[in-house]
Design a protein around this ligand. Structure first.
Ligand code: BGC
Length: 348
């Protein structure tokens, strides 16, 4: 069958390959892949900056944002042939650490977790895969093709879960939210903020393309320029760009007792001069909390499914700005100025 594979840490190595049918030992659920979303992590892997092949192999099947249809399900499982499913990206470490043992592999303590399409486990950019049913999440058929947004939504569902747990430290309730970056993660983070009844501001660089209207149609405010231009102070800041300067600006704009949630994976190697003492002084004197978050566990996939089901389906469809057939897969790995989410369609 066909698959997109890469040689991790080797730029430009991605290719449309022929790979074996998934082995039975991968799991009792056989899934036909319908679509796979592309995110910054896939671009980094294809540019040779990230990723690990499965043990004993050179190449890794790419793809971790999936939507598939069940072809074969074991008897007694909640899943039936024909159901739409999304594969959970991360697997617990073999030890397992305290977090992985409790099903919180997103909080793995020893780094020995594996991830489909990223770290030592083949991804979903192949026509079929097998998986243990406990690592597949059923998708509401009403979501149709937008079910491919479940994985990135799970990442922001985790971010919100942790923000809310942190916010519980104070007696007051946050009201104003700033999201930096109107990419898929930023827009989905804004969606979940609006669903919580909060006042949401989104900051991005672009003035044209689909992003301003996507933000406005959520009922949030779209801003360009600096963090200071966007909002005076925000109770919660979701930083979704990973751009160092913005991260620091965001910290500066958090309100007293404010929470800054970092979701963007930056590329290291560039130095910015900062007054570390002034920053520390502000964090301390204002009880500010800056934290990072990555990945998601099953609870977050379920929360994401609920959030997507409550969203306007046409708004979700507009997030998917490009659908590329498998035969033109390499187009999907080229970022275009008006892209929000590019998706590879494995059925075409
Ligand atoms: C994925 C996460 C993953 C992270 C780090 C992200 O793109 O959505 O599931 O944990 O990359 O590998």
């Amino acid at each position: 069958m066909q698959a997109i594979t890469v040689l991790p840490m080797q730029a430009g190595s991605a290719r449309l390959d022929k790979v074996d049918e998934p082995p039975l030992q991968d799991g009792d659920l056989l899934v036909q892949t319908l679509a796979v979303g592309i995110c910054g992590t896939d671009l980094e892997i294809s540019q040779g900056e990230y990723g690990w092949a499965p043990p004993g192999r050179d190449r890794l099947v790419l793809g971790h944002e999936s939507l598939g249809r069940v072809l074969e399900a074991p008897t007694g499982s909640d899943l039936q042939p024909g159901d739409l499913v999304v594969g959970i990206v991360r697997r617990p470490d073999p030890e397992p650490c305290a977090s992985c043992a409790a099903g919180e592999w997103d909080m793995c303590r020893n780094g020995r977790y594996t991830e489909h399409g990223i770290k030592q486990l083949d991804g979903f950019m192949r026509e079929r895969y097998r998986i243990d049913p406990s690592f597949a999440v059923k998708v509401d058929p009403a979501l149709e093709q937008t079910g491919v947004l479940l994985e990135p939504t799970s990442v922001v569902a985790k971010a919100w879960d942790h923000i809310e747990r942190i916010a519980a430290r104070a007696v007051w309730r946050p009201r104003v939210v700033l999201v930096t970056g109107a990419g898929p993660i930023g827009l989905l983070a804004a969606l979940l903020g609006v669903q919580r009844g909060l006042e949401v501001h989104v900051l991005d660089r672009v003035t044209a393309g689909p992003k301003p209207a996507l933000v406005a149609d959520l009922g949030a405010a779209y801003h360009t320029g600096t963090v200071a231009d966007a909002v005076g102070h925000a109770d919660i800041i979701l930083e979704c760009t990973g751009v160092g300067e913005l991260v620091l600006d965001a910290m500066d704009k958090a309100s007293p007792d404010g929470i800054v949630c970092l979701t963007g994976v930056s590329s290291p190697g560039r130095t910015i001069a900062i007054d570390a003492n002034a920053l520390n002084r502000e964090l301390v004197l204002e009880n500010e909390l800056v934290f990072g978050t990555v990945n998601a566990n099953r609870r977050h996939y379920q929360a994401a499914a609920t959030a997507l089901a409550a969203a306007d389906p046409s708004w979700l469809e507009r997030l998917i700005t490009r659908r590329v057939p498998l035969g033109r897969w390499s187009d999907a790995l080229q970022r275009r100025p008006d892209d929000v989410k590019a998706v590879i369609d494995l059925t075409g």
